[in-house]
Design a protein around this ligand. Sequence first.
Ligand code: APR
Length: 310
Amino acid sequence: MNKKIAVIGAGNVGATTAQRLFEKNYSEIALIDIAEGLAEGKALDILQSGPILGLDNNIIGSTNYNITKDSDIVVITSGVARKPGMSRDDLLKINMNIVSEVTEKSLNQSPDALIIVVTNPLDAMAMKAYQVSGKKPNEVFGMAGVLDSARFTTFISKSENISVNSISANVLGGHGDTMVPLLNNSSIGGKSLNNSIEPNKLKSLVQRTKDGGAEIVNLLKTGSAFYAPSASIVKMVDAICSDSKTILPTTAYLSGEYGINDLYFGVSAKLGKSGIEEIIEYDLSEREKNDLIQSAEAVKETVDAMKKLS
Ligand code: APR
């Protein structure tokens, strides 16, 4: 694909994202990290896989943002990863400063780029990038829901022995313990989850989805998930670069949707070349509405905490 993607942060998520983009034939990838040599080394390593894969794509790494000039999309993964026992909110102070810095530096090189934020705590970091960027809300958004929905789909698929391709699982809300997996608007072969899976079993699948990030953090001991997160990022990048108008769970700026205002929050959104082109609102059950409001309150608390730290 003849697009330039800048990936900021060459840690697990950033480097794996760069590798996936390279292997999906994105012709120009720029990888940035603050750690001297890290982005250069990983980019060079990925580049040298080109002859083996038969790919002439270009990938370059640096600490210098010059290499990101005129990117179509900037993916922000730089930050500190969550460690066992550390809540997402513990990361707030360190990561808000990192996100502010890298947003400014990236936009200096690529003022027209769309921004996909991945750094946690995600909803608050998306808000920070939006505030720093001065861009339109549809041009700055976050990756969380594609991942959370993929986790929900995985657990349903394994539990019910049904292909992931026959499951449509939606997760809304904040990226964290308060996320809201939808039961009426998610389905197996078109039949709602509520009508497909026994309630107690469904409850445990929902809980495992909510704990999905922590489950992996606890297993890895150091660092957090990156294979499914990087695949989720690339799915969003693909939708934008191919202008496919795919509806994906996206952390978007809300202005009244679900009664929520001035907050980045997980909703379903149509993605195309101008970023978020439409936000889709579902008819929710009373319980889901209440859960969503609670989730929004949790996100608001983090955003308020961020304001105090600024
Ligand atoms: N500028 C550029 N890069 C930075 C900066 C900065 N100011 N600060 C930190 N980094 C880099 C680090 O040097 C590191 O290489 O960000 C990278 C983060 O990589 P990892 O620690 O491996 O974290 P990762 O697993 O990739 O997760 C990144 O994504 O899913 C979220 O919660 C996760 O917020 C975390 C982010």
